[in-house]
Design a protein around this ligand. Sequence first.
Ligand code: PLP
Length: 376
Amino acid sequence: MSTRWYANPAAREFVAAPEPRGVLDFHRSLPGYAPTALLERPDLARELGVGRVFVKQESSRFGLPAFKLLGASWAVFRALSARAGRTEGGWQPDTLARRFAGDPDAPVLVSATDGNHGRAVARMAARMGLAARIFVPEEISPRAKEAITSEGAELTALALPYDDVVRAAADAAQADPRSILVQDTAWEGYTTVPGWIVEGYSTLFAEIDTQLQDAGAGRPSMVVTPVGVGSLLQATVRHYRKLGGSQPALLSVEPESAPCLLRSLEQGERTSVPTGHTMMAGLNCGTVSLTAWPELSRGVDAAVVIGEEDCRRAVKDLEELGVDSGPCGAASLAGARAVLEDPNRRADVGAAADDVVVLLSTEGRAATPVEPPYSG
Ligand SMILES: Cc1ncc(COP(=O)(O)O)c(C=O)c1O
């Protein structure tokens, strides 16, 4: 088990910016919307020494095997509405698509990705009748590349780490005035679109609220989020760090090869890390999003890193329990184990035997192949 550990005892006093309105209604209005499952797994509760464990299974979200379309759809809708200009009553997705049909200056959606986000942007572009240019690190799996081109996008694979691929996509977008850069991380001078992406993720938490109520579980005591650049975790903080109500422990999980949030929390400032190789491709990011950092640094209770073997085991165990989790999704279980199996860490986050724990499983096995020996 990894020895790196960060805990912030003051995190539950933090109050985050309010969540946006209208996002859940927007998603509900899209064809193919259905809440993803929240699966209760008593075996995991027994193993982890808590009351109840639920897994939010993002293995089929609008037909894609990861949660990312939640952010990409809302951001693309907002960005295209802004490009189209204001109309009375606002734009609807269908009328927006018609607005750009046949226009030689129609927007081109540009993005960099480790796989899931870029596929979601490509899917949105296709839905809106627009072109997409997606940049990826060469090292992502052939299957992830094919998934992006299967959406009709133009793919550029670069022999560079993820952070440099993001820069290349931003440069390409800058060079073509038709481009709209749809990136899920913010930096100096580029904050609006990533802000919309974080807003889009709020639907996932609205669903969990209803599903926990239906299961008679009320509010969670702990929520575990896998972290790449921290945008999803920012949405987690926004949702749970509201004034009033019981405050869950919010736990961040990163791969050992790319611990940019843990390192930043340890340093007390946003600090980039070199990224290595990991099967958790979507978490292989070297820099925390600029706009996520202030909320993460104050609102996150604890951060851990997990190794490849911990992740592999979690994928396999979840599969045996009937949960479809790819490596990034299963990272949540591996992270929960790294905290709840250690008495000192349990004490640091105030874990108790009757806790209700929610594990965000952000992708299914179809999103990212697990490297062999998977079944060992
Ligand atoms: C499956 C999956 N889970 C989690 C994440 C992490 O999200 P974020 O980069 O917003 O921290 C990603 C990011 O690409 C992902 O693809």
